[in-house]
Design a protein around this ligand. Structure first.
Ligand code: DAK
Length: 262
C-alpha cells in the first residue's frame, strides 16, 4: 500500500491488484491545481512509475468535480519572473512523461489545467455531469499546459477554437462525440468504470503495454514513417520478453497467461 500520510491535497489507494487510484481532494476549491496539489499528483505518479506492483493508474476528483484549473488565488500572485523559472512546466513534464497507462475518471468541471491534466491521461471516462473547458481567456490568459495543442489534435480546430477563444464548456456527450472522452457513464459509475478498465489493462503484459502506449503517443509528434519505424522496433523488443513467450504458450496450451513484466 502507498504511504498517503505525506499528502494533504490528494488521496492515494490501491483499490484492485496492480491498480492505483489518485484522487484530487481539495473539494472546497473545486480541486483547483495549486502548486502543492500539482506537485503531490506528480510525486504520486513518480512513486507509481517506480513501483513494479502498479500497472495502471486512475486519476479522478471523485463524484462531484474533476478540477477547476490552476489555483487562481496563486495565479493572482504570479509574475513573468516566477513563471520563467519553469517550476510549473517541470511539474507538468512529470505528468506528461508518466510511462504507465493513466485513465481519467471525470465528473463535473474539468476546466483549464483540469481539462489539460485530463488530456494528459491516456483515456478519459466521463461521468454524465462532466464539463470540459479551457476558460483561461476569461481571466486574461490562455491554456499553458498543452491545451491549445492537445485539444486541437483531439477535437479538431473549430471546436478547440470555440472552447479556447470563447471559453465555452462542452458537456460529456459532446466530449464523447468529439473524441475527447471514450465513454459516458452515470456520474456515480465513472470511477468504477475507470477502475475496471485499469484492472483489465493491469492484467496485460506490462512491457507490451508500456511500449504500446509510447508508440501511440509517438503518433502525435512523429511523421508516419518515423512512427511506423518506432512501432517496428518496439514490436521487435517485445519478441525478446518472457511475457511474450508466456502469452503465446498460454494461448497454445489453452490456459490463462501469468505475466511477470519481464
Ligand atoms: N482557483 C481557485 N479557486 C477556485 C477555482 C480556481 N480555478 N475555481 C473555483 N474556485 C473556488 C471558488 O473561488 C469558490 O471558493 P469560495 O468562494 O467558496 O472560497 C469555490 O471554489 C467554489 O466556486 P464557485 O463558487 O465559483 O462555484 P460555482 O459552481 O458558482 O462555479 C466554476 C464553478 C468552476 C464555473 C467557477 O468556480 C469558475 O469559473 N472557476 C474558475 C475556472 C477557471 O477559470 N479555470 C481556469 C484557471 S487558469 C501553466 C499550466 C497550466 C495553467 C497555467 C499555466 N504553465 C505550465 C505555465 C492553467 C491555467 C488555468 O487553469
Amino acid at each position: 500500500m502507498p504511504d498517503t500520510t505525506a499528502y494533504t491535497d490528494i488521496l492515494v489507494a490501491d483499490p484492485a491488484p496492480h491498480v492505483r487510484q489518485i484522487t484530487m481532494n481539495r473539494p472546497k476549491q473545486l480541486n483547483a491545481l495549486s502548486a502543492n496539489h500539482l506537485n503531490e499528483i506528480v510525486a504520486a505518479l513518480e512513486l507509481a512509475a517506480e513501483d513494479d506492483e502498479v500497472r495502471a493508474v486512475v486519476l479522478t476528483g471523485g463524484e462531484k468535480v474533476f478540477a477547476a484549473g490552476a489555483d487562481l488565488t496563486e495565479m493572482a500572485k504570479r509574475d513573468i519572473a516566477t513563471t520563467l523559472k519553469g517550476t510549473r512546466d517541470r511539474a507538468w513534464e512529470g505528468v506528461r512523461k508518466f510511462p504507465k497507462p493513466l485513465i481519467a475518471a471525470v465528473n463535473g468541471y474539468a476546466l483549464g489545467g483540469g481539462c489539460e491534466i485530463a488530456m494528459h491521461c491516456d483515456i478519459i471516462i466521463a461521468g454524465d455531469t462532466a464539463k470540459f473547458g479551457q476558460p483561461e481567456v476569461n481571466v486574461g490568459i490562455m491554456p499553458g499546459a498543452g491545451g491549445t495543442q492537445r485539444l486541437a489534435r483531439t477535437v479538431g480546430k473549430s471546436l478547440a477554437m470555440k472552447m479556447v477563444l470563447a471559453g465555452e464548456m462542452i458537456d460529456a456527450e459532446s466530449a464523447l462525440r468529439a473524441g475527447l472522452a471514450v465513454e459516458v457513464v452515470p456520474h456515480e459509475m465513472a470511477v468504477e468504470r475507470a477502475l475496471r478498465l485499469a484492472a483489465t489493462i493491469a492484467q496485460k503484459p506490462p512491457i507490451a503495454v508500456r511500449l504500446a502506449k509510447e508508440a501511440v503517443l509517438k503518433s502525435y509528434d512523429m511523421t508516419l514513417e518515423n512512427g511506423l519505424d518506432f512501432e517496428r522496433r518496439a514490436f521487435t523488443i517485445l519478441l525478446a520478453t518472457a511475457d511474450m513467450k508466456e502469452g503465446v504458450a498460454a494461448f497454445l496450451e489453452k490456459r490463462k497467461p501469468t505475466f511477470q513484466g519481464r
